[in-house]
Design a binder for this molecule. Structure first.
Ligand SMILES: [Zn+2]
Length: 259
């Protein structure tokens, strides 16, 4: 049994095939899905879909790359939104130092306000951090955030990994690891403790090596697990079990009878 700890199954691209995709995932032992919201307008659709699929868990938040339509009023109702069905985290939130993202000062403002909401709700967070690990760590410490969560699509150094792990986070390992050229990521993954990572696809993004140009789906999770198992010289069953255990530990609200 696998869980995809980060997939955007609410996106329109899945509208036509969502039911059949979930069914195929179940047949391939991918039986749980954590779907983090991106923008305010996406929250209501996600909430509806979570009601329809018992295997889904949700996180609500404002993604740092899509803040152009965001407002602080939306954060005012984030706490209320987190009362919705099957919410396990706030996310995805963070800092994205990428061309065309809104300025970093604005991002920091949205990030710290959402961290405050998560802290007051005692909820873990799903972190989106691109070229910003040290800055994200700085604000986690400054706010005294102690509820942990997942660092989505982690590709930092072992030192950075350790700093997040010390704060109660696990690292999201996804399709990037399947590329032979990702030597540094392979070394970091091989050195991690078994309790410190989970599997994710970021569907429909982050295609696996050999599938560039295709929409990614949670069906990739067993392939990612195989790759992780070979890098760590462990069995794929071990990876499946450990990563599920890790996810349930980090997201205590995830109802265990799902498994
Ligand atoms: Zn994402």
């Amino acid at each position: 049994m696998y869980i995809d700890s980060h997939c955007h199954l609410d996106f329109d691209v899945f509208d036509e095939q969502r039911d059949s995709l979930i069914l195929r995932c179940m047949e391939n032992k991918v039986g749980g899905f954590l779907v983090p919201a991106t923008t305010f307008v996406s929250w209501s659709k996600l909430a509806k879909l979570v009601g329809r699929y018992p295997s889904w868990r949700a996180a609500y938040g404002l993604h740092p790359y899509f803040l152009s339509e965001a407002s602080f009023e939306q954060i005012d109702v984030l706490g209320e939104q987190c009362d919705a069905q099957r919410v396990v985290a706030v996310g995805e939130i963070g800092l994205d130092d990428w061309p065309n993202a809104v300025d970093m000062k604005t991002q920091i403002d949205f990030f710290s306000r959402q961290l405050d909401v998560a802290k007051s709700l005692k909820l873990p967070v799903i972190l989106h951090a691109r070229k910003s690990y040290d800055l994200v760590l700085k604000y986690l410490r400054e706010i005294g955030f102690s509820y942990g969560g997942v660092v989505h699509a982690f590709n930092g150094s072992f030192e950075q990994a350790k700093r997040f792990i010390d704060l109660g986070f696990v690292l999201g390992i996804g399709g990037t690891i399947t590329y032979p050229r990702a030597k540094k990521a392979h070394r970091v993954l091989a050195a991690l403790d078994h309790g410190s990572f989970v599997l994710e696809t970021d569907s429909p993004d982050m295609p696996l090596c050999g599938f560039q140009g295709d929409d990614n789906t949670p069906l990739s999770i067993p392939l990612i697990a195989q790759c992780v198992a070979s890098i760590r010289e462990e069995s794929v069953e071990q990876i499946a079990q450990q990563t599920c255990d890790n996810l349930l530990r980090v997201f205590p609200r995830w109802n265990e009878d799902l498994l």
